[in-house]
Ligand binder design. Sequence first.
Ligand SMILES: O=C(CO)[C@H](O)[C@H](O)COP(=O)(O)O
Length: 230
Amino acid sequence: MNQDELKQQVGREAVKYIRPGMVVGLGTGSTVHCLVEVLGEHIKNGDLTDIVCVTTSNRTTRQAESLGIKVEEIDDVDHIDLTIDGADEISDDFQGIKGGGGALLWEKIVSNYSDHVMWIVDESKLVHHLGAFPLPVEVTPYGSQHLFTKLARRGYNPTWRMLPDNSDKFRTHQRNFIIDLHLEEINDPFALHKELIGMVGLIEDGLFLNQVNDVLVGTQDGAKLLHARQ
Ligand SMILES: O=C(CO)[C@H](O)[C@H](O)COP(=O)(O)O
């Protein structure tokens, strides 16, 4: 199976963890896209009833609504039972990097206010140590060149996230910029998160630490569930 087929495999498998009546957080990215497609089929067939979703991006909202999935604003639900999201890297101790799709702020908010969090990934996302994948940080545009320079001086090899055609800087839903840090290896993700989040103008970073309960991995031998924590 190629990577796309593994993503479809976990997308199909993940929908089995959604029960009727749940409030479900839907992540962002190509793996979640597969899940949302299957969720839409189940809702259409009447196998899953009374599902309400909150999403982590306008992209996911558009896809979900086009399939007849009910989407509410996050502040219009009083809880989120289960959030299913993708990830860019997951270390041996289940810490993660997310934000490859630029949705890290909403993803972290939805994740934090969820009773249970599941990440769905193909096996290429499992690594021993985080850092080969560039770590995104969301920054407020005002003064962001100074922040960029500070990150560069600390040796974090920053680059601006650009639009696909390179014509301008990428903007998040909050109209913020993203700076990607090319770190190669992160020795202490907790210390790095503390340092980054303390920088004025840096709104959120893509280190998702102690966030996930279960990881569903697409492998050549079928989807495998790994328990990270209660
Ligand atoms: O964090 C994310 C978006 O901000 C995605 O979950 C992450 O980039 C994984 O995406 P994909 O499933 O396409 O590999």
